[in-house]
Design a protein around this ligand. Structure first.
Ligand code: HEM
Length: 437
């Protein structure tokens, strides 16, 4: 390995594991959390944290929690009240007109942080638009976009893997999904980073303020976009916003539900997919033998179908190995037992996807990147009723972006140390300067 992921001694991993506190994570953990995850999996797979919550690292325990949505709730009103300076209450947040904290309102009304009935309604509408056919139809546009970015990079002899490539793809794809005019797409990534960044376990006052401001600005923008789309609806087969406006079987969303779930959709498909592409291209720098093998396998593939198979397998291994979304959350609605440990009603649970995806009980040589891995059932997209609604789209973006990049620039190399995002939940890089030869 060439130092992108710094090594950690077993003693240091044990020290961090013993005193793990998600509100105060050391920089060496953020750079390489995996030795700490391994230590926790072996010694304390249901780890009690100082704030009373528990942190799960074994794949079987995550699957059990994801599967049982009756016991383990996704609703975040209780947790996000204090987090976003909003007293918890038992009334739907959108019933409050004034004085509602923007981050609280956003994160408690998006489908991912709700249980039925809101979750069921919104999910059905979104899934109806993300059909296999709709996704297949995005392929030619995606190929054109990626090839244009590769042209620009070729002309410059290199650039920044994140700024000039990885982050430039999802913004366009998700923008197309909601048919956001191209001229308006500039601020989307910044809003998305600030709003999802506010989900990190610890927030500075500046990060929180930026999150609130970003929700407010995003809402103001979407109000106009929705009003315009109500006047001139798009094709509901392709335009998710038109579908969300029309509702499902006569059940329309309220205006706040509609706007907040548009924000969520635009955010959900952004940073995660940017990080899938960025993490993959950096992994290949760290694992040159795997990069060489992938290129050789692609060159030897006898058909386009065979090439797509190889890329699908590689993308799933990147997702397993460096999951762009490392943490998920649930709350126990009743007393229960997880991994043999009794938990009282109300226990807050962090599901560590990054740790589960390297569980030796599930994978052979889990700490090794193996782009030919068979039977790779990872949890990078979660599992159960909330499993990622955009997983086919994310995989498509990954296959096209990573596949075309490595075939066009087989000798790409970093020209300076990459800069990590420094986040626990969303794992990725802010910049990674490179040259194509
Ligand atoms: C590599 C890229 C992606 C990763 C790693 C990822 C990861 C995840 C995970 C782990 C969840 C489950 C959250 C939970 O159970 O608490 C989720 C939910 C979701 N994702 Fe993704 N995602 C990605 C891309 C996308 C894209 C491209 C879209 C949009 C088209 C999207 C839309 C959603 C939606 C709507 C949900 C909520 C589903 C629900 O609550 O029923 N995601 N994602």
């Amino acid at each position: 390995m060439n130092g992108i992921t710094p090594a950690m001694t077993p003693a240091r991993a044990a020290e961090i594991a013993a005193s793990l506190d998600l509100r105060q994570l050391p920089a060496d953990f953020l750079a390489n959390p995996y030795p700490v995850y391994a230590r926790l999996r072996e010694t304390e797979p249901v780890k009690r944290l100082p704030d009373g919550s528990v942190f799960l690292t074994r794949l079987a325990d995550l699957v059990a929690v994801y599967r049982d949505a009756q016991t383990f709730s996704s609703d975040k009103q209780v947790e996000f009240g204090p987090k976003y300076n909003h007293a918890p209450f038992d009334q739907a947040p959108w019933a409050l007109a004034e004085g509602v904290s923007p981050l609280f309102q956003h994160h408690t009304s998006s489908l991912v942080f709700n249980d039925p009935p809101l979750h069921t309604r919104v999910r059905r509408i979104i899934m109806g638009a993300l059909t296999r056919r709709a996704i297949d139809q995005m392929t030619p546009g995606l190929v054109r976009l990626v090839d244009q970015l590769l042209e620009n990079i070729e002309a410059q002899g290199g650039g920044d893997l994140i700024e000039d490539f990885a982050s430039a793809i999802p913004v366009e794809i998700i923008g197309n999904l909601l048919d956001v005019p191209h001229a308006d797409r500039g601020p989307l990534r910044g809003w998305s980073l600030a709003i999802l960044g506010a989900l990190e376990p610890a927030l500075t006052p500046e990060q929180e303020a930026l999150g609130h401001r970003s929700v407010s600005e995003f809402l103001a923008y979407l109000r106009d976009l929705v009003a315009e789309r109500r006047k001139r609806p798009g094709d509901p087969e392709h335009d998710v916003l038109t579908r969300l406006i029309l509702g499902d079987g006569g059940e329309a969303l309220s205006e706040v539900e509609l706007l907040q779930n548009c924000i969520f959709l635009l955010n959900a498909g952004h940073e995660t997919t940017t990080n899938l592409i960025g993490n993959a291209l950096l992994c290949l720098q760290e694992w040159p033998a795997q990069a060489a093998q992938l290129r050789a396998d692609l060159a030897a593939a006898s058909s386009e179908e065979a090439r797509q198979d190889l890329l699908s397998r590689a993308v799933d291994e990147f997702l397993r190995f460096e999951s762009s979304n490392q943490l998920g959350n649930r709350r126990a609605l009743q007393a229960c037992s997880v991994g043999g440990v009794d938990l009282p009603e109300g226990t807050r649970i962090t599901l560590c996807i990054g740790a589960a995806n390297r569980d030796p009980a599930q994978y052979t040589e889990p700490e090794v990147l193996n782009l030919r891995r068979e039977g790779n059932k990872h949890l990078a997209f979660g599992f159960g009723p909330h499993q990622c609604a955009g997983l086919s789209l994310a995989r498509l973006e990954g296959r096209i972006a990573i596949g075309r990049f490595v075939q066009r620039f087989p000798a790409y190399r970093l020209t300076a140390a990459p800069v990590r995002g420094g986040r626990a939940r969303f794992r990725g890089f802010l910049s990674a300067p490179f040259a194509i030869r």
